[in-house]
Design a protein around this ligand. Structure first.
Ligand code: BGC
Length: 741
């Protein structure tokens, strides 16, 4: 069955114009194909198989494999330019064919300049800025030899127990697609063969974020509709933006492991999407087919992974033995795999190397990177802007924030206050502590000598050492205001960091409770890589700043928000539940046959908790207030192939200049298949001075109204659609349009 998921992408293209490169990378370039032919024709089967093997790290034994043309790429780690050039020289100058190696790394949110973690960046709702951060990461990586990043992570995640939620853009397929496209555009630049461009690798294909119970690596069993509506769109967006590669996931998907799944890896990727990039397995994922009990041994694992469509076996030197390296040749000899199939995979790999310009420029060009160096000021300014825009103001009772510079004494408490490490979050490989501005440093820099900052750590992240409590309470008593940094350490989210309890570690919560009893105004600054269940804080603490992990500029961004030098504008890309019992909880839910009704027992609800989240998707406060005029519509009855426009005037009704993220949601009121109560379909981030009004305009195109019908074919069905606009997924105004036959 051939199904095309073009609608979210056309929609994307309409909304953001990413340098006109919408179709780049989808179709092979003729010249490159000819060059691939000329290399392929000279290759032996062994040399071909070599291109399909990736090793991790480097030592003399691995150098020997390279010399023997048994390796095509290396997950290199941060070894730097000279070392990459040295290893590259072995491949290029000491082998028969001189095919260059490709060096890969996980450049997730920065190489040296560490930006906010992806979930935080998604809170900025500013894809252009995120794209710029990826350009910087690409430049820094390429300048040190890495031309391939295992990013962006585009897994939709609706379960905050899953630690890897931090690596992605949250719960929504539309927002996720926007950021997937932006990141690919950023990494790959205008052209992959530019020296400062690196190949992107959207991961983990596919539905890894749907792990049952939020437990990492766990089974995923979802309908094809859910696969196509929720999990595939960000991958398709990334590939439409030209992503040169994709990574197949660890999980079992509907009974077939994702790294041996012919349906997703070949039928969808190659046949439907007509994509010609490289598929690489996740770390040892082909070998793990044995533990999935899907293959009896490495040979069968190789057969199943390869036949399904995995080109490169990551970790061809794995601890458990190798699937591809020792087995592909025999499988060809036995006629189980054709040499033509091997050629096709090798073509994909060579194509990526040609596109990166590696055959012409295999070495990192020191002079180029020196001559075009990005200034520290520029990099820091983008990192700061992104850190500021990633902050979400969750609560601000009685306008406690911003605090005035007239106050005399601040008590700064908590395990992350004087911390130059945790604020980088997971996957910040190349960070240097001396480049990370802690909250303490940021605050100190931002106040004059008239304000005393009394720092007392008070407690560690998560243990039962209460010895620091008294000093912290004493400091709080003497202060005009308390700033408490609370949350999780950088390794409490990320890979293999799933949790069943999403409360703030109890020692921190206890100290917050005790300090609260001191009666001083408290601002809690949260550092965390996932939504936490923060009911107690939310009920009792007047001001809460969600800072996630903001990277190098953490302290500067937080201080600027606290003192009002920057007015927060971030919006949650993921729902904050009240309790783990509500999970999965996301805004994009169905109505059910018995929607919630508090008067009626037999409706869909809990007996011990509201259905509603603590903080909904799209939510985030500002120091100013915005009012929305009613929505105007250019034409409210249209045919199914027509578009219409909606307009809304937004006014800054408060005292501060601010940015508002105007969000557009659509509901198909009645359809041939059940639809969610609302779906994000657009947003605009606008700047408004106090008293200023601006009009936000959205074009509603057929793609935005399109749904997948019973046969999973895109269709616009006649009938009414509700158009919602507002500042989050709950506070919305609405109008309706009608599609007529
Ligand atoms: C992760 C991938 C990562 C790879 C290489 C795996 O464990 O799942 O996201 O790219 O390791 O570091």
């Amino acid at each position: 069955m051939r199904k095309i998921l073009l609608f979210p992408l056309m929609f994307l293209a309409a909304l953001i114009s990413f340098s006109g490169s919408f179709n780049r990378g989808i179709n092979a370039d003729d010249k490159i194909e000819k060059r691939i032919d000329s290399v392929l024709v000279k290759m032996t089967l062994d040399e071909k198989i070599g291109q399909l093997i990736q090793i991790v790290g480097m030592d003399t034994a691995k150098e020997k494999l390279i010399r023997n043309e048994q390796i095509g790429s290396v997950l290199i780690g941060l070894r730097g330019r000279a070392e990459c050039n040295r290893i590259q020289r072995i491949a290029v100058e000491e082998t028969r064919l001189g095919i260059p190696l490709l060096f890969a790394n996980d450049i997730i949110h920065g190489y040296h300049t560490i930006f906010p973690v992806p979930l935080a960046e998604a809170s900025s709702w500013n894809p252009e800025l995120v794209k710029e951060s990826c350009r910087i990461s690409a430049f820094e990586s390429a300048s040190e030899g890495t031309r391939w990043t295992y990013a962006p992570m585009v897994d939709i995640a609706r379960d905050p127990r899953w630690g890897r939620i931090v690596e992605g853009s949250g719960e929504d397929p539309y927002l996720g697609s926007i950021f997937a496209a932006a990141r690919v555009e950023g990494f790959q630049g205008n052209s992959l063969d530019e020296k400062a461009s690196i190949a992107a690798c959207p991961k983990h294909y596919v539905a890894y974020g749907g792990a049952e119970g939020g437990r990492d690596y766990n089974t995923v069993d979802i309908s094809e509709r859910t696969l196509r509506e929720i999990y595939l769109p960000p991958f398709h967006a990334a590939l439409q933006s030209g992503a040169a590669s994709i990574m197949s996931a660890f999980n079992d998907l509907n009974g077939i492991p994702a790294s041996a799944n012919h349906f997703t890896l070949t039928e969808i990727l190659r046949n439907e999407w007509n994509w010609d990039g490289v598929v690489i397995s996740d770390y040892n994922a082909v070998g793990e087919l044995i533990r999935h009990r899907f293959a009896r041994d490495m040979k069968e694992a190789a057969l199943r992974g390869f036949k399904a469509g995995v080109d490169i076996d990551m970790v061809g030197d794995s601890i458990d033995g190798n699937p591809y390296a020792p087995n592909l040749k025999n499988l060809v000899a036995e006629g189980k795999i054709s040499e033509e199939d091997i050629d096709n995979s090798v073509r994909n790999v060579l194509r990526m190397k040609f596109r990166l310009g590696l055959f012409d420029n295999p070495y990192t060009d020191t002079l180029y990177f020196k001559g075009n160096n990005l200034s520290k000021n520029y990099k820091d300014s983008i990192a700061l802007k992104l850190a500021e825009e990633s902050i979400v103001l969750l609560k601000n009772e009685n306008n406690l924030l911003p605090i005035s510079r007239d106050i005399k004494r601040i008590a700064l408490i908590g395990p992350f206050a004087d911390d130059n490490s945790n604020p980088t979050g997971p996957w910040a490989g190349g960070y240097k502590q001396e480049n990370v501005i802690s909250v303490l440093e940021g605050l100190k820099k931002s106040v004059n000598s008239g304000i005393l900052i009394d720092f007392v750590k008070g407690c560690n992240v998560d243990d039962s050492d209460y010895t620091g409590f008294d000093a912290a309470i004493k400091a709080a008593r003497k202060a005009d205001v308390v700033i408490f940094t609370a949350g999780e350490s950088r390794w409490m989210s990320g890979e293999a960091e799933s949790k069943t309890d999403l409360n703030i570690p109890s020692v921190q919560q206890e100290l917050i409770n005790r300090i609260q009893a001191a009666g001083k105004p408290i601002i809690v600054v949260l550092m965390n890589g996932r939504p936490l269940t923060i009911n107690r804080i939310s009920e009792n603490i007047p001001a809460i700043i969600e800072a996630w992990y903001l990277g190098n500029q953490t302290g500067n961004a937080i201080a600027r928000v606290i003192f009002g030098d920057y007015n927060p504008s971030g919006k949650l890309p993921v729902t904050f539940p009240r309790s783990t019992g509500q999970i999965p909880l996301y805004y994009y839910h169905k109505s059910t046959g018995r929607p919630f009704d508090k008067e009626d027992k037999y409706t869909s609800k809990y007996t011990d908790s509201p259905n509603t989240p603590l903080y909904p998707f799209g939510y985030g406060l500002s120091y100013t207030t915005f009012s929305y005029d009613p929505i105007a519509v250019s034409k409210n009855r249209i045919k199914k192939d027509e578009s219409t426009k909606v307009f809304v005037k937004v006014k800054n009704t408060g005292k501060y200049a601010g940015q508002e993220v105007v969000q557009l949601y659509i509901r198909d009121d009645f359809a041939s298949v059940t639809r969610p109560v609302e779906e994000l379909k657009g947003f605009k981030k606008i700047n408004l001075m106090p008293g200023e009004t601006k009009q936000a305009e959205f074009e509603i195109t057929p793609d935005m109204l399109s749904i997948l019908d019973l046969n999973l074919e895109p269709v616009v069905e006649p009938g009414k659609f509700t158009i919602y606009i507002g500042s989050n997924s709950v506070d919305l105004i609405s109008t309706s349009i009608e599609i007529v036959e």
